[in-house]
Design a protein around this ligand. Structure first.
Ligand SMILES: Cc1cc2nc3c(=O)[nH]c(=O)nc-3n(C[C@H](O)[C@H](O)[C@H](O)COP(=O)(O)O)c2cc1C
Ligand code: SF4
Ligand code: SF4
Length: 267
């Protein structure tokens, strides 16, 4: 069986899960969503794969904006088995249900939607990251789930999405997202402190090309997809959300490097 996994990541969790799944399945190609959206040439397998996966981090109990946009524009060839993998810090909410809705609008459906708990990267305005001592255990538990998910994909099982699609949950989640992104305005508060040495990594790593670095300043635009990559990958820990992230530990998956993320973005 040949498999394609389209993958998006901010801090590496989803990339590692996609890699582990690819290893377990065999004959799998991982295509970074940010590259596919830049019209980078897709490998021929993209049109002939028996199974097609979409892997992403949960943002505000939903899919990241950029992944929603990608799925809306995705052309699906043939009749592949379609699965979704959502990595999350606690609850995927309706993210995988929403993926199914987007796919149904294209005349296909999500056959399997797995949510995998990974270390939390939501650092602010409230800090939801667990104590660092818990990270190793979370990664080990996540890894243990991969064979079971790979078996289900290989057998082309029909499994309902993991998470919750209940109305009260959705209303609460939308309200929370509105508070953090619109009322508080997370992206308006992103800035670089005087620790910044203008290395330019944040600009190169941002999946939406939302950051400009000049000799005198680092500036954020309004096209943020809230991946928090700029915050966690800055080598100087100079990127903050207002004053709320100061002194908090940064996170990225231990097996992922800046070079891996730059490669995801197209170099
Ligand atoms: C803006 C933002 C919102 C998030 N919302 C949720 C959420 O609603 N539920 C959850 O369980 N985790 C949430 N997370 C945590 C991430 O989904 C989780 O850490 C994920 O594994 C990160 O994957 P990545 O390293 O591939 O970016 C959020 C993270 C960010 C940055
Ligand atoms: S990655 Fe950090 S140090 Fe480098 S330019 Fe961006 S804010 Fe400055
Ligand atoms: S500005 Fe930062 S948080 Fe927003 S999309 Fe770019 S890297 Fe991600």
């Amino acid at each position: 069986m040949t498999t394609i996994i389209y993958s998006f990541t901010g801090t590496g969790n989803t990339l590692v899960v996609a890699r582990q799944l690819a290893d377990a399945l065999g004959d799998t190609t991982i295509i970074p969503i940010t590259r596919a959206m830049k019209d980078a040439p897709l490998p021929p397998e993209a049109e002939t794969a028996d199974a097609l996966g979409i892997a992403f981090p949960v943002h505000y109990v939903d899919m990241p904006k950029i992944v929603q946009e990608f799925v809306r524009g995705l052309q699906i060839h043939g009749n592949p088995y379609i699965f979704g993998v959502a990595t999350c810090g606690g609850s995927p909410g309706g993210a995988l249900y929403n993926l199914d809705t987007l796919l149904k609008a294209k005349g296909v459906h999500l056959s399997l939607g797995a949510a995998i708990r990974m270390p939390e990267n939501f650092i602010g305005p409230m800090n939801l990251m667990e104590p660092v001592e818990q990270v190793g255990g979370i990664l080990a538990t996540a890894r243990d789930r991969i064979p079971e998910i790979a078996d289900a994909i290989r057998e082309k099982r029909e499994c309902p999405p993991e998470g919750s699609n209940s109305t009260p949950y959705r209303v609460l989640a939308s309200f929370f997202k509105f508070l953090i992104t619109s009322v508080y305005g997370t992206t308006r508060h992103l800035h670089a402190t005087d620790r910044c040495n203008r290395c330019g990594i944040c600009a190169r790593i941002c999946p939406t090309e939302n950051i400009t670095v000049t000799d005198s300043a680092v500036a954020w635009g309004s096209a943020c997809t809230w991946c928090y990559a700029c915050i966690h990958w800055c080598p100087q820990e100079a990127v903050e959300i207002g004053g709320r992230t100061k002194g908090r530990r940064r996170y990225h998956h231990p097996d992922v490097t800046v070079a891996d993320i730059l490669e995801q973005r197209g170099g």
